[in-house]
Design a protein around this ligand. Structure first.
Ligand SMILES: Nc1ncnc2c1ncn2[C@@H]1O[C@H](COP(=O)(O)OP(=O)(O)OP(=O)(O)O)[C@@H](O)[C@H]1O
Length: 342
């Protein structure tokens, strides 16, 4: 090849290389600028409130918001009917769980308000702490403490092969902790709080496997002179008390019934919606009642439990029965349930 032709080729290659670099840089800049614009737009017109605590005192709201805006699918911890929950890592020692509720759905907006009303002032070792919230034009955020051991539902029914079976002592501890949290809501809060969605996926576990009641999106406040609150029936199939299902009147006894179903899940390792019940035309509650009547509790206990103290197990079956009385006036209160378990 002649020298001038070669120089021409090399020049063309160099120019093409430089142009492609410029184009790529422009595209990357455009993408970055777009992302930044979205973050700026989200930050403007929004209101961030962080409650004072040792975890939050050194945090700057703007820094927290910027971190929140960068959350993506890989940070998702789980999704529910009302929103998506993300893991938000601030630094090596501080991580939050952020629930994002998109606006525009009346029920979802009400859920956000209910959650704030119910949880704003609550501090109890068996309730998931709410650290703050963010209100923006397009969405709302709830900022909780991250529960590193996830939900009871995943621990009992999760499919991961790495997952260890929950031993009896841990199950018992979870039952007592959840009962303590619920009893606090019913008997020690003013006004009293009905949770309305007690189920295993709303019982989370902290680093010490201590149970924490979460998800107050349906929670209802009840003044001292009220015996019930009339609502549209909501909650989760399999956990709803029969009288609530029939009348829509929410009472603390409805939560007691749902807690009874959670006790059965801990004992039997079965979901209330387990397919085997549907196939046999029965329900978890009916099946267990028959077993307890025939004093055959050892046949209902979770197969995954290799050893367990039978007397203690029988006692918990009896407590569950007292929670699952079909007549709410005969059903135990949460304070009584806690006393029996403790
Ligand atoms: N504070 C938290 N720490 C760790 N994981 C959490 C936390 N809060 C929620 N999660 C996870 O996110 C999942 C979704 O939670 P969310 O409360 O939105 O829905 P759900 O209770 O599963 O269903 P629904 O709200 O429809 O009743 C939970 O099952 C749980 O695994």
């Amino acid at each position: 090849m002649k020298r001038p032709t070669m120089v021409l080729y090399i020049t063309i290659c160099c120019v093409a290389f430089v142009i492609s670099k410029i184009v790529i840089s422009c595209l990357l800049y455009k993408k970055w600028a777009r992302k930044r614009r979205i973050i700026e737009n989200s930050l403007s017109g929004g209101k961030m409130v962080m409650f004072r605590s040792t975890t939050t005192q050194s945090l700057c709201a703007k820094f927290l918001m910027r971190k929140t805006m960068k959350l993506s699918n890989k940070d998702i911890l789980g999704s529910g009917g009302y929103g998506t929950v993300y893991r938000l890592m601030i630094n090596d020692t501080t991580t939050f769980a952020v629930k994002k509720l998109n606006k525009g759905n009346c029920e979802r907006d009400r859920g956000f308000e209910r959650e704030l009303n119910a949880m704003g002032d609550i501090k109890h070792r068996n309730i998931v702490p709410l650290h703050g919230y963010y209100i923006a034009p397009q969405f709302n955020l709830l900022i909780y403490e991250l529960m590193p051991n996830g939900s009871l539902d995943t621990l009992l029914h999760g499919k991961s092969s790495k997952q260890e079976t929950l031993d009896w002592a841990t199950r018992y501890k979870i039952a007592v902790g959840a009962a303590r949290g619920l009893s606090y809501l019913h008997h020690d809060c003013i006004p009293r709080i009905i949770h309305r969605d007690i189920k295993s996926s709303n019982i989370l576990l902290d680093q010490n496997m201590e149970a924490r009641v979460s998800d107050f999106g349906l929670a209802t406040l009840m003044e001292a002179n009220q015996s019930h609150v009339s609502t549209v029936v909501a909650g989760t199939f399999g956990y709803l008390a029969p009288e609530y299902f029939d009348t829509g009147k929410a009472t603390t006894k409805g939560d007691v019934y749902s807690f009874g179903v959670v006790l059965l899940e801990l004992l039997t390792g079965k979901r209330p919606t387990d397919e085997s019940f549907i196939e046999n035309g029965t329900k978890l509650v009916t099946w267990v009642k028959e077993i307890v009547e025939g004093t055959r509790e050892e046949h209902a206990i979770d197969d995954a439990l290799e050893c367990f103290p039978l007397e203690e197990v029988k006692k918990v079956f009896n407590v569950a029965e007292k929670c699952l009385e079909s007549d709410p006036s005969k059903r135990a209160t949460m304070a009584e349930v806690l006393k029996m378990l403790e």
